[in-house]
Design a protein around this ligand. Structure first.
Ligand code: DGL
Length: 267
């Protein structure tokens, strides 16, 4: 049976990085309308404490629900890793994070049952991916790659400096006990944009697992058959400058962002 009304999905991230998840959602679930919240005034989350990330993420989730979100996607890996349960129990709509879907796809892809996870400092320190993968019989090595976020935001997606940095981070990872690891989990919103570059850096046998793609796929499964008529609408909210969000966001989406509203979450 096909649902008749379009669901409203709220997507939350610390900034523009979560647009990689929104982009995938629009591709895989175009039968929904979207509200996207980028907490640009308070980013980065990747280097902040559990308490701070939980507080910020809960206020953003509550805001999206007030705006009419019927489902919540926590696109931020750090917020999912550090505070998924707290965010999910603070709102009365179903929440989906990026870690379980990413771990599930890695589990399908890995034959050697060994994976490497790259993410922010906060996500790695929480070991959320390691735990989700261990629950699926996969041993994981986690590697924080904090420089990737500013490099992507600078637009250095195909750049010799980024490639050099990737080699420094990753060359020694697929070695020793993990020489036979066959999956690389992209555990941060920004990393999917580096997929072509990372493809050249990691061994050929390694499958690159994109948590953004996996999460959109999980949402498509969750929602089931939807009314295929109509076009998706997207409304954006940012806690810092609307103009800055628009400019940075366009690099991620590849199209013009128009409908951005400023939100003062503290008030
Ligand atoms: N969105 C964050 C994540 O996926 C990366 C940027 C930040 O540190 O806020 O972990």
């Amino acid at each position: 049976m096909t649902a008749t009304s379009r669901p409203v999905i709220g997507v939350f991230d610390s900034g523009v990085g979560g647009l990689t998840v929104l982009r995938e959602l629009l591709r895989q679930v175009p039968q929904a309308d979207y509200l996207y919240f980028g907490d640009t005034a308070r980013l980065p989350y990747g280097s902040k404490s559990v308490e701070t990330v939980a507080k910020y993420a809960i206020s953003a989730a509550e805001f999206l629900v007030k705006q009419g979100a019927q489902h919540l996607v926590i696109a931020c890996n750090t917020a999912t890793a550090l505070a998924f349960d707290r965010i999910a129990s603070a709102v009365r709509v179903p929440a989906l994070g990026v870690i379980e879907p990413g771990a599930e796809i890695a589990s399908t892809a890995s034959k050697t049952r060994k994976a490497v996870v790259i993410a922010t400092e906060g996500t790695c320190n929480s070991h959320a991916y390691q735990k989700a993968l261990a629950a699926r019989g996969i041993e994981a090595r986690e590697k924080p790659c904090p420089l990737f976020v500013p490099l992507v935001e600078e637009g250095w997606i195909e750049h010799e400096v980024t490639e050099r940095v990737a080699h420094i981070y990753l060359d020694e990872i697929f070695a020793g006990e993990f020489a036979d690891a066959d999956a690389l989990v992209l555990g941060c919103t920004h990393y999917p944009l580096l997929k072509p570059l990372l493809r050249r850096v990691v061994p050929e046998r390694v499958t690159i697992v994109d948590s953004a793609e996996a999460t959109a796929n999980a949402m498509a499964q969750r929602l089931g058959a939807l009314d295929p008529s109509g076009e998706p609408s997207v409304k954006f909210f940012a806690t810092d400058s609307v103009e800055k969000f628009r400019k940075a966001g366009e690099k991620f989406m590849g199209w013009k962002i128009t409908d951005v509203a400023h939100v003062d979450i503290e008030s």
